[in-house]
Design a protein around this ligand. Sequence first.
Ligand code: PMP
Length: 354
Amino acid sequence: MSRFFSKKFDNLTPYTPGEQPKIKDLVKLNTNESPYSPSKKAVRCAFDAARELQLYPDPTCQALTQKVAKIWGVDTDEILITNGSDEILNFAFMAYCDENTPAVFPDITYGFYKVFAQLLNVPYEEIPLKDDFTINISDYMNVGKTIFIANPNAPTGIPLSLSEIEEIVKSNQENVVVIDEAYIDFGGESAVPLTKKYDNLLVTQTFSKSRSMAGARLGLGIGSKELIRDLNTIKYSTNPYNINKMTMAAGIGVLEDEAYTKKNCKAICETREYTKKMLLGMDFEITDSAANFIFAKHKELSGEMIYARLREKGILVRHFDGDRIKEYNRITVGTKKQMQAFLRAVSEILEENK
Ligand code: PMP
């Protein structure tokens, strides 16, 4: 760090993104990307848009917002399109948290929430999940803080029901509740319809997972017109051209290809269930994930050892070293062929450690 770096960042520990290795033939199951290529329509639209890169993109993202409004069943002024859902989450921390309004989220969840709080110098509270990694919703009743909940949660994949989400939103009407639905297309029930009923609910989603567009950086937030107006104030004070032309065009293209997205989600969910079943048969304990990843711990072997041995065998999964989760690995659901390679490697590791 240079001697010029502001002291206000003394306590900031930046987010560590999952590895993006250049090693050929690696089975990459570490960052919850889709194993399927982006829609051909999305790629064609992005390519065409690249011909006009001398121009700034539309700061209002009008054409894409209209498409999202139609598909999600909300008005255009209830949507904000962002540079990945990380950006809308950052905007929400900026808009709705301060020294008088702390943030609150589970102790085991998406690691970026803590980073945003530290970056913005916002006090935060981490509420422990139960021993089975489920959320105790009574911990979130009338908390007087801005709530961030990933549904399904990460890295556990465990969803809350829509009625549980509604109870939380209803009991916190003086505060914003952000429901991060990055993985909602693989299970769980979206809270988007509740945004019509509650003006304190912001739902965030992403094109990174189910729509195979992690590399394009496209996310969105849906909430009341007033919330979206706040978030636009932050956007226009940060980066008005937050979505580049190619990404905007690709977003439109992929939304014209919903059948492709649905087909991929279905395949991923089927492969997830197949992999879960196989892991259960190999003495793993797993959470009941409704996402595009599996969170698994072996009854005897250490999570770190399994991670390291898998890596040596060309299979990359994600290992976190938090106290409560260090025996687990998070395994992104890839194609059936990739998961068979993963399962083969796991069974070799078990054999070697008999
Ligand atoms: N929320 C959760 C729970 C995530 O796991 C991720 C992906 N790392 C994100 C949000 C952000 O995804 P993106 O910025 O690619 O939309």
